[in-house]
Design a protein around this ligand. Structure first.
Ligand SMILES: Nc1ncnc2c1ncn2[C@@H]1O[C@H](COP(=O)(O)OP(=O)(O)O)[C@@H](O)[C@H]1O
Ligand SMILES: Cc1cn([C@H]2C[C@H](O)[C@@H](COP(=O)(O)OP(=O)(O)O)O2)c(=O)[nH]c1=O
Length: 260
């Protein structure tokens, strides 16, 4: 894979932290299906409700996979499932196209603008950084976040273009790490058959094959790999079984960690 030449590692890091500092002060409009804030409550030994300050929090769950692997369908089913069990839950997605950075990304994806590969990579990252403090607030207030794509998409798609793998990871350093990555595994050819690709920039079979290889390189043993070719209901059942353990571990105070 080719190395970034004029753009150094430290510049990428500086960009990431600068974007985080300046954008965190902006008004943020999160893309979500439900908003529930407020403190978690639990019973003390006498059965009285008390504030839950002891690190109890929501779980950070990420769905990853190729375009058309079923992430959006499964994310919303997961949201309904968790809400149905009474867990405060929000559905987020990246890129979040509602912010001004997100709109630049959207214009690029629909081929209305042209950007250097490094530049768009850093914009995707900035789009995550501008949401990171809100993300942390929500998790700490007890809300579980189901997130459709995260840093792994950033690295897989940009390194599939030929950018250096480690360079691609650098601007993500320090972002919150998910508690669980659910990877919907589907051959690129199968994904392409699903309703056909639209006109977006990356929706091309040859490119998706490279993305699949880059995801392979990025995977770690903690990822849950789900066969995305199964019927939707079967996938849904498997995801439900996996997430509950993580939701309860986070409720019991599993600490938040950071990438990578
Ligand atoms: N398990 C599945 N089997 C068959 N079709 C599916 C399955 N999951 C999703 N689809 C269909 O594939 C298309 C893309 O699904 P979507 O959830 O939008 O994927 P993504 O968000 O990963 O791009 C939709 O038409 C959806 O109905
Ligand atoms: C989050 C992210 C997405 N992408 C790509 C993946 C998708 O092809 C595209 C748009 O993402 P998305 O809107 O999730 O598309 P889809 O629903 O088809 O999966 O942006 C990146 O290249 N880098 C990133 O950091």
């Amino acid at each position: 894979m080719k190395c970034a030449s004029s753009f150094t590692f430290s510049k990428a890091l500086n960009f990431g932290s600068l974007a985080a500092r300046s954008l965190n002060s902006c008004i943020i409009f999160p893309l979500k299906c439900s908003i529930r804030t407020g403190r978690m409550e639990s019973n003390d030994n006498n059965g009285n409700l008390k504030d839950n300050d002891g690190g109890s929090r929501g779980a950070f769950i990420v769905l990853e996979g190729l375009d058309r692997s079923g992430k959006t369908s499964q994310s919303s089913k997961l949201l309904s499932f968790l809400e149905g069990l009474g867990h405060p839950t929000e559905l987020w997605r990246f890129p979040d196209r509602t912010t001004s950075i997100g709109q630049m990304i959207s214009a690029y994806l629909s081929n209305q603008s042209q950007l250097d590969d490094h530049t768009i990579h850093l914009l995707y990252s900035a789009n995550r950084w501008e949401k990171s403090s809100l993300m942390e607030t929500q998790l700490k207030s007890g809300t579980t976040l189901v997130v459709d794509r995260y840093s792994y998409s950033g690295v897989a798609f940009s390194s599939a273009k030929g950018l250096d793998f480690e360079w691609c990871k650098a601007p993500e350093i320090g972002l919150l790490a998910p508690d669980l990555v659910l990877y919907l595994d589907i051959p690129p050819e199968k994904a392409a058959e699903r309703g056909g690709y639209g006109g977006e920039r990356y929706e091309k079979l040859e490119f998706q094959r490279k993305v699949a290889e880059c995801y392979q390189a990025l995977r770690d043993p903690s990822w849950k790999i789900i066969d995305g070719c199964q019927p939707m209901e079967e996938i849904q059942k498997q995801l439900q079984e996996i997430v509950l353990d993580h939701v309860s571990a986070c409720k019991k105070g599993r600490p938040l960690s950071h990438l990578w």
